[in-house]
Write a protein that binds this ligand. Structure first.
Ligand code: GLY
Length: 577
């Protein structure tokens, strides 16, 4: 694939095709749509990769019961929301990238949370104009209207084969019977212990006598089981109207939130065109706004393709990757927001001219100071969320990244519902120039408005060609994009799926102006050489990310799957019967 990509480099420079633009432009620079070489009637091994073995098993069981990739993904996501309560759940939202093998068509389901009608640009500002960080990240004031329940209903109705009563059954049982606390649970809880203690319902469910539970302690969530059951039986209305909605509203308002009945009843997922960029035979499909992930990923690939990057020694390659990250994140800061509220110049950002202009400013002999690149002074960090990848026997694929934002979201559980609410409102820019929990400082494009969706970094991605299909994604806040970028580059170099997920990681996000890296990413000599180029290095002191990936080699009809060794996840290929 690497050789093939190199041969196509000339084409690549001019073939930055962006599917959304096809209908808007008579531009002749697009490659023809590739014809899949795969006979879609042929069966292939199925696979599920997720952040928890129980969730992966739930997906495999649904495939065994005759469900398709979408059914399996619903089962995995619902289960993750129970057994990985620190990462995602029906109190949050996410993005679902689907591939329909029969139609050779990609779809993108935007189930991002929305700001309640009561929210406004200065929602988190105190009387003195300062951002009230506590209101922005803790408790129901920090929660957007959840999108995950609507995603389950929409996906099941339109793209699944099995009813929600079947696909949510494993999650319902896991919520009722409980799951055993593990070290990851304890470690994520450590970040949010004080806030969980503030909310008695959360403390009752997720703590053990108000402390971090011991390994093996069983977390039971019977109220969540009942809420999932209502969703399974009644679909969208089971969550957004009726007793569950009433209870959510009562509890949210009682604890300082501003949701209305209409906020819940009106919530809908949005089907958007995924970003699709053709590089010769290779197509990259990823998340459109309100995610910044797909645009930044494609911008980085576009810049990189001006170089023979694969042949560079380690330090110059790291330098180059850092410089393209710096520039893509710089554009993220300036231009990205909810496209239904702000004009996002997608075509400009993905145009070859943009990449060429940025490349002119890259000096291979020294780091570019971020502040020398004009634009917003935005920065960002990285934390939680989850990802799942699924392929079924027909070659249908799902790449879904789901979130409640920080570990345990807002730390607030609405009593009587079991729903742990997100704190995704903090992904908005509460005040231009003021960093959020990830250190992100946004601008007007991502300012708060009623009904608006906060800018996200979630980057569920599929890379497809007549030879291979790759499904990948990861949690990790603003670092999601650079992780998917590094994972994709492993794939483009022909490395096995295990390498994509285990690769040592580094990250640059424009501001703060430094390379953030895992403890073992660079040798002492590499660190010295990078510093000599002018880079500031920041060891983040821990591993980060939790990538879940699948590779289908179409020539051999072999499927391989891998879960990030940094997490507890499990990836499993289900051989052909
Ligand atoms: N809440 C993390 C993200 O959406 O990027």
């Amino acid at each position: 694939m690497l050789a093939s990509l190199r041969r196509q480099r000339g084409l690549l420079r001019t073939a930055v095709s962006f599917f959304l633009l096809l209908s808007l432009s008579s531009c002749t620079l697009f490659d023809p749509w590739f014809s899949p070489s795969t006979d879609t009637s042929a069966r292939i091994p199925a696979a599920v990769a997720s952040a928890h073995p129980l969730a992966t098993q739930a997906g495999l069981d649904i495939l065994a019961a005759g469900g398709n990739a979408v059914d399996a993904a619903i089962a995995v996501a619902a289960s993750l929301g129970v057994v990985e309560p620190y990462s995602a759940g029906i109190g949050g939202g996410g993005f679902w990238l689907l591939y329909d093998a029969g139609e050779d068509r990609y779809r993108f389901i935007d189930a991002r949370e929305t700001a309640p009608a009561a929210a406004h640009r200065d929602y988190y500002l105190d009387a003195d104009g300062r951002v009230n960080r506590d209101r922005a990240i803790n408790g129901p004031s920090a929660a957007g209207i959840p999108g995950q329940p609507a995603a389950f209903a929409h996906l099941s109705e339109h793209y699944g084969q099995l009813p929600l009563t079947q696909t949510l059954a494993a999650a319902i049982q896991q919520a009722r019977d409980g799951f055993a606390v593990d070290e990851k649970y304890r470690s994520w809880l450590g970040f949010r212990l004080e806030t969980l203690r503030r909310y008695p319902e959360s403390a009752r469910i997720f703590l053990q006598q108000n402390e971090i539970p011991a390994v093996g302690h069983i977390i039971r969530q019977p109220d969540l089981a009942d809420t999932l059951t209502a969703l399974a039986r009644q679909g969208h209305a089971g969550f957004y109207q009726g007793p569950v909605a009433e209870r959510l509203l009562t509890e949210v308002r009682r604890h300082g939130g501003d949701w209305s009945a209409a906020d819940l009843a009106d919530y809908r997922v949005i089907e958007r065109q995924p970003l699709q960029v053709q590089y010769g035979e290779l197509k990259v499909i990823s998340a459109p706004p309100p995610s910044s992930g797909g645009i930044a990923l494609i911008q980085m690939l576009n810049m990189l393709n001006h170089y023979t990057w694969q042949q560079l020694p380690a330090v110059p390659q790291t330098h180059l990757l850092t410089e393209v990250m710096r520039r893509a994140y710089r554009d993220r800061a300036e231009f990205l927001g909810d496209p239904d509220f702000t004009k996002v110049p997608v075509s400009m950002l993905l145009a070859e001219q943009r990449a060429a202009d940025w490349v002119k400013s890259i000096n291979m002999d020294s780091a570019t100071p971020s502040l020398s690149l004009s634009g917003s002074k935005t920065h960002d960090g990285g934390f939680h969320t989850t990802h799942l990848s699924v392929i079924d026997h027909q070659g249908n694929m799902v790449s879904a990244t789901l979130s409640i934002n920080l570990p345990f979201g807002s730390a607030f559980t609405a009593a009587g519902t079991g729903v742990l609410l997100n704190n995704e409102m903090d992904d908005f820019s509460a005040k231009p120039g003021e960093p959020n929990a990830y250190g992100l400082v946004g601008n007007e494009a991502n300012a708060i408005a009623p009904g608006k969706r906060p800018l996200s970094s979630m980057t569920p991605t599929i890379i497809n060609s007549p030879q291979q299909a790759a499904i990948l994604g990861t949690p990790g806040g603003s670092r999601i994009i650079s992780m998917v970028f590094l994972g994709a580059l492993e794939h483009l170099q022909g490395k096995p799926v295990e390498d994509w997920v285990s690769r040592p990681r580094f990250h640059h996000q424009y501001l703060p102006d430094r390379i953030e890296h895992e403890p073992d990413t660079f040798s002492a000599d590499e660190q010295e050489a990078l510093q000599a180029l002018g880079h500031q290095l920041h060891n983040v002191g821990r591993d980060y990310g939790n990538m879940q990936a699948i590779l289908w080699n179409k020539a051999t009809n072999r499927v391989s799957a891998a879960a990030d060794p940094r997490g507890l996840g499990h990836a499993e290929v289900k051989p052909l019967p």
